[in-house]
Ligand binder design. Structure first.
Ligand SMILES: [Ca+2]
Ligand SMILES: [Ca+2]
Ligand SMILES: [Ca+2]
Ligand SMILES: [Ca+2]
Length: 583
C-alpha cells in the first residue's frame, strides 16, 4: 500500500553509502531555520473530485461482488494491487469479436481511468446493444502502482528500483519536498546560462530562450529537491523501476534502465501481453492514455520492419474515418503526448497485429481569453529575471504569438481558479542559494476538472456503442446452386464482410498474428468434391463490403441432404448457408 512520501523519501537519503557527500567543495550548508518566504500551506497533489486508484479498485470490487461484471485477475503488483480486466458480454461463443479498452498505461491520467470506470458502470447496467454483438474487456487501471504514486504527488513509477544514472546506487536521489507544502514541484534557479526565461506575457510562464533569435536564458529548471548523493545532478534517480509503457517489445530500447531488463520483464506488462495473445477474438484495442492517434490521425507508411512507427494504409484510413466521425465537431481536441518507444499501443499494433485507437481523452483548451490572464499575473510571483524583460501584460499581442504555456496559465486561472499552478515563491536552497519553488501540480495539465468527466465518459460510451456497427461481420451473398445432371452440382457463393473493420488489420496480415478466417464446404455423407477446395483460408477480408467469390463442383448421392457452406472467423463471426438448389 502507499506510504506517505516523506517516509519513502527519507530512507533513500539516509541510505547513502559512506563516502558519498564527502567532497568538501560540495558540502552543503545546513538549511536555514526560516526560509525567505513563509511556509506555504499544505496542498492536495491530486485534482479534487477524482477517485484515488485504491478507491477505483474498491469500486470495481463492489461491481463484481454484486455480480454485475466478471473480473479477470491478471497480476498482483509489487505494492499488492490487483491488475485486472473487467469482462462484459458472452465470452464462450465462437467467432464473437471482442474489444479491449486499456486505461492509463502511464499512471498519470486518472481522467482515463475515470472514463474507463464509467464505461464499466454503463456496461454493467445491462441493455447495451454492443454486448449483443461483442465481448468488451476493460482494464480501467492498467498501471495501478504508478497511478497510486502519481495520485499522491510522486512521479508515476512502479516496480523494483533501477539505477537510472548508473552510478551503482539505487533510487538514491529523488525529489524532496523542500518547502513542506506536500507537493513536489519545480525549482527555477537564476542562471544566465540556463535554457529558460520568463515569458513577456506572464512572468510565471517559462519558455525556452531562443538564442539564435538573440534571447538570453535566465533560469535553470530543476525538480524540487537537493542533490542528495552529491553527484552534481539533481533528483536524477527517483524511486521506482521500469516504465510500464517502455517495457514492450516493439522498438524496445535495450540497455536503458527505465525500459526494464528485457521486454515484458514486468509483472503488469507480461500479464497483459498474455491476455492479448490468449484472446484471439480481439478485434480492436482502445488505449486511453497519453498518446493520441485520433485528433491528428497519423500518416500511413509502408515500413513493415521492427522499427516501423506508421500504420499501413488501410489501417490509417480507419483512424482517419473514426477521427472524422468522432471529433469533427470537437471544440477542444486532445493533444498527443510525446510518442515513446517500447509502448503497449505500438506492440499491440505492430506485433500483435490489432487495430489500435489511442486517445489522450482530454487536454486543457488553449483559447482562454487574455483578460483573465492579467489577473493571474498579479497573483504570480513576477520576479525580475536575468534577461531583464519587462512584463508588459497579456492581451497586447496576437494570440498566435502567445506561448502555449501562457495560454495554459490563463486556462488555469479561469477554469481552475488558479488551483493547477503554484505561483513561484522564493526559497533559500541549502545548496543553490536563492531559488523559486512552484509550477504545475503534477496531474493538472492532463486531467480536466472533475465536473467535465461525466460528459467525457458519455462521449466514450457512445463511441464504444457505435462500434457494434463497425465490427467485422460475415455473410454469404449471391449463393447459386445448379444441377448439372448425374447428381453433380455447381455452387457459387460470395463471402462478404459488411462491417467497417476488415477481418484483421492490414498489419495483421504482415505479423500473421490473428488467425486467417476459414471457409468450409460441408458435404453430407457420400458426397464427393469434384473441383474446388473443401477447406480454404482467407488471410484478410477487407471491411465495408470486402468480398471474395468461391466456386465448387460436387456430387451428392440421390436423396441425401444438401451441402452447406460455413465461414468462420475469430473476429468476424460465423456465416452458414445451406446449399439448396436454385429452382
Ligand atoms: Ca543511481
Ligand atoms: Ca514542495
Ligand atoms: Ca544527485
Ligand atoms: Ca546519483
Amino acid at each position: 500500500m502507499l506510504v506517505p512520501f516523506r517516509s519513502i523519501l527519507v530512507p533513500a537519503v539516509l541510505a547513502l553509502p559512506p563516502g558519498v557527500g564527502q567532497d568538501p567543495a560540495l558540502e552543503a550548508p545546513v538549511a536555514p531555520e526560516t526560509p525567505e518566504s513563509p511556509a506555504p500551506a499544505v496542498q492536495e497533489p491530486a485534482p479534487s473530485g477524482y477517485l484515488a486508484p485504491d478507491e477505483v479498485l474498491e469500486h470495481l470490487r463492489s461491481l463484481r461482488e454484486q455480480g454485475r461484471m466478471d473480473w479477470i485477475r491478471l497480476a498482483v503488483t509489487a505494492e499488492a494491487r490487483e491488475l485486472g480486466v473487467a469482462a462484459f458480454g458472452e465470452r464462450a461463443l465462437p467467432g464473437r469479436p471482442a474489444i479491449l479498452v486499456v486505461a492509463d498505461p502511464a499512471g498519470d491520467r486518472p481522467a482515463a481511468t475515470a472514463v474507463a470506470l464509467a464505461l464499466c458502470e454503463a456496461l454493467a447496467e445491462g441493455g447495451s446493444p454492443l454486448l449483443e454483438r461483442a465481448t468488451v474487456y476493460v482494464a480501467p487501471l492498467a498501471n495501478p502502482d504508478a497511478a497510486a504514486r502519481a495520485f499522491a504527488g510522486l512521479a508515476p513509477r512502479r516496480g523494483a528500483a533501477v539505477d537510472e544514472d548508473r552510478d551503482g546506487l539505487l533510487d538514491e536521489d529523488g525529489p524532496d519536498d523542500l518547502d513542506g507544502d506536500d507537493l513536489l514541484l519545480q525549482m527555477r534557479v537564476p542562471d544566465p546560462t540556463g535554457d529558460w526565461r520568463a515569458a513577456e506575457a506572464d512572468a510565471r510562464a517559462l519558455v525556452r530562450a531562443q538564442r539564435d533569435k538573440g534571447e538570453a536564458g535566465a533560469y535553470r529548471l530543476l525538480p524540487e529537491g537537493r542533490d542528495d548523493d552529491r553527484d552534481r545532478a539533481y533528483n536524477e534517480d527517483d524511486l521506482g523501476g521500469a516504465d510500464w509503457d517502455g517495457n514492450w517489445p516493439h522498438r524496445y530500447r535495450a540497455h536503458v534502465p527505465a525500459s526494464g531488463p528485457y521486454p515484458l520483464s514486468e509483472a503488469e506488462t507480461r500479464a497483459l501481453a498474455e491476455f492479448v495473445l490468449g484472446h484471439p477474438h480481439l478485434a480492436l484495442v482502445i488505449v486511453l492514455g497519453a498518446e493520441d492517434n485520433l485528433s491528428k490521425p497519423p500518416e500511413a507508411g509502408d515500413d513493415r520492419s521492427a522499427k516501423a512507427t506508421k500504420p499501413l494504409a488501410e489501417d490509417a484510413k480507419l483512424l482517419a474515418l473514426w477521427s472524422e466521425r468522432w471529433l469533427k465537431d470537437a471544440k477542444n481536441k486532445p493533444r498527443s503526448g510525446e510518442r515513446g518507444a517500447g509502448g503497449f499501443a505500438e506492440w499491440a499494433y505492430f506485433q500483435a497485429g490489432l487495430p489500435v485507437v489511442q486517445s489522450a481523452v482530454w487536454s486543457p483548451p488553449l483559447d482562454a481569453s487574455a483578460s483573465a490572464g492579467k489577473d493571474g499575473e498579479k497573483e504570480g510571483d513576477a520576479t525580475e529575471d536575468g534577461a531583464g524583460k519587462k512584463n508588459d501584460g497579456a492581451g497586447k499581442k496576437d494570440d498566435k504569438d502567445v506561448p502555449d504555456e501562457v495560454k495554459l496559465l490563463r486556462w488555469n486561472d479561469q477554469a481552475l481558479g488558479g488551483a493547477g499552478f503554484v505561483p513561484w515563491r522564493k526559497f533559500q536552497h541549502p545548496d543553490l542559494g536563492e531559488v523559486e519553488i512552484g509550477g504545475w501540480k503534477p496531474l493538472a495539465l492532463h486531467n480536466p476538472p472533475a465536473g467535465e468527466l461525466p460528459a467525457l465518459a458519455e462521449q466514450w460510451r457512445a463511441r464504444l456503442e457505435s462500434l457494434a456497427e463497425d465490427l467485422p461481420r460475415l455473410s454469404w451473398a449471391k449463393v447459386e446452386v445448379r444441377e448439372l445432371g448425374d447428381g453433380v452440382l455447381e455452387a457459387r457463393a460470395t463471402l462478404v464482410n459488411s462491417g467497417l473493420l476488415a477481418s484483421m488489420s492490414e498489419m495483421g496480415s504482415v505479423t500473421n498474428r490473428p488467425r486467417p478466417l476459414r471457409v468450409l464446404l460441408e458435404l453430407p455423407e457420400g458426397g464427393a468434391l469434384l473441383a474446388g477446395e473443401r477447406i480454404q483460408s482467407v488471410e484478410r477480408l477487407g471491411g465495408s463490403g470486402g468480398n471474395r467469390e468461391y466456386r465448387w463442383l460436387y456430387a451428392l448421392k440421390p436423396g441425401s441432404a444438401p451441402a452447406q457452406l460455413r465461414a468462420l472467423s475469430d473476429t468476424a463471426g460465423e456465416a452458414l448457408v445451406v446449399l439448396e438448389v436454385n429452382r
